[in-house]
Design a protein around this ligand. Structure first.
Ligand code: PLP
Length: 390
């Protein structure tokens, strides 16, 4: 009996284990030097002034929004095809959330919808209002275009880059990179095991704004500061100046992150090879009769490989067929507005682009440690499915 194939999983090597063991043998399990080393390495990799690591990607969203001043007067705009956390973090701060529909082909925020939502929606222009474009599946969100529209309406931008470390796109000869914050005030990352690099759990905020980074560091640790002791009599002094959280990443997790980041380019390369193997093997009949493939571009970071079924109902049948044969797939995503919690608070929303995407999408296995023979098994099982479906 062959082993089950997950849709994604981490890749841990001996060097990751040694990096963690070194911290376990050191003086600091948390608030030690590993966190700062990880932050400097991330800032260098993404080409930003600052990286602030924290306990999860969700915490990174919460900290970024809070640090930028989102509050109960704010409006947060999100695409519905994303993980719930992108929107939840606005609700943590009692802000209002609105959904901008996605392009039904790519699942990325459609900028024409962004413009119309901003025109139609009433919002308090004195508040910090924010758009969170998601670089979904590893394809860069339309950041430059979103920034142009947002400037006209006075919105700020945070890129949800949880899926897209290493992604880029070229527009008129200039290369735009995920997480670089060229058009956004901040970007966030997640270090969950299904993502490009993992810490067990973990996240980071990236930014070129030093003041914002300092504020996020402060909020990450309860909002407690240690101001300089002016007369030197109370070096122990600390005070809470704001309401923050304990969202720190431990040194144990940071050690894993440092070691994983050193292999991010290798992971990316393998993801790109696997994606092109899928593109080559699945592009013709019988596959093309039942599903289409994601749009490929050289800067795609391939967090997910999302195929799209032509006929309603086929996706769920294929999911079950694969599952029964030990191949695990996933739906990315149920549109956020469909979750019962959101329906209770926002009523029934259905946006055409998100609905089309949701009804037809299936993320098939893709992770750097996947072997060629595991991938061949996925392709052969899809061929078996295609044979009985057509
Ligand atoms: C697009 C997106 N944003 C945010 C998150 C939240 O990250 P975490 O699971 O690290 O809290 C995820 C995680 O799945 C995600 O996929």
């Amino acid at each position: 009996m062959s082993k089950d194939i997950p849709y994604s999983r981490q890749w841990i090597e001996e060097q990751d284990i040694q990096s963690v063991v070194q911290v376990l043998k050191s003086d600091y399990l948390t608030q030690g030097p590993a966190g700062e080393v990880f932050e400097r390495s991330l800032a260098t990799y993404f080409g930003v002034k600052r990286a602030v690591v924290c306990s999860t990607g969700t915490a990174a969203l919460h900290l970024a929004y809070a640090g930028m001043g989102v509050n109960e007067k704010s409006l947060g705009l999100v695409p519905p095809i994303t993980f719930a956390a992108t929107a939840n973090a606005f609700l943590f701060l009692n802000a209002e959330v609105a959904f901008c529909d996605v392009d039904p082909v790519t699942g990325l925020l459609a900028t024409e919808n962004l413009e119309s939502v901003m025109q139609e929606r009433s919002f308090d222009s004195s508040a910090v209002n924010l758009v969170a474009p998601v670089s979904f599946a590893g394809a860069l969100a339309p950041l430059g275009e979103s920034a142009k529209i947002s400037r006209r309406f006075g919105f700020s931008l945070v890129e949800d880059a949880a899926h897209s470390p290493g992604a880029w796109s070229e527009d008129g000869g200039t290369r735009e990179r995920s997480g670089a914050c060229d058009h956004t005030q901040a970007a966030i990352l997640s270090f969950h095991p299904v993502k490009h690099i993992c810490c067990g759990e973990g996240g980071a905020v990236l930014t070129n704004d030093e003041e914002l980074a300092d504020r996020i560091v402060h909020l990450r640790s309860h909002g407690i500061a240690r101001p300089n002791d002016p007369d030197g009599t109370r070096p122990w002094f600390y005070e809470q100046t704001e309401l923050g959280w304990n969202y720190r990443l431990t040194d144990i997790q940071s050690a894993l992150g440092i070691s994983q980041l050193a292999r991010l380019d290798q992971f990316l390369e393998r993801r790109r090879v696997l994606a092109s193997r899928y593109q080559n093997s699945l592009s013709t009949a019988p596959f093309s009769d039942i599903f289409s493939l994601p749009l490929a571009n050289p800067g795609h970071a391939w967090h997910l490989y999302v195929i799209r079924f032509h006929k309603t109902g086929q996706r769920d049948k294929a999911h079950l067929f694969l599952k029964e044969r030990g191949i695990h797939t996933q739906i990315h995503y149920v549109p956020i507005y469909r979750h019962p919690y959101y329906e209770r608070h926002f009523g029934k929303i259905r946006l055409p682009g998100a609905e089309t995407f949701y009804e037809s999408c299936l993320s098939i296995p893709l992770f750097p440690k996947m072997t060629d023979s595991e991938q061949d098994r996925v392709i052969e099982t899809l061929a078996d499915y295609a044979e009985q479906a057509t």
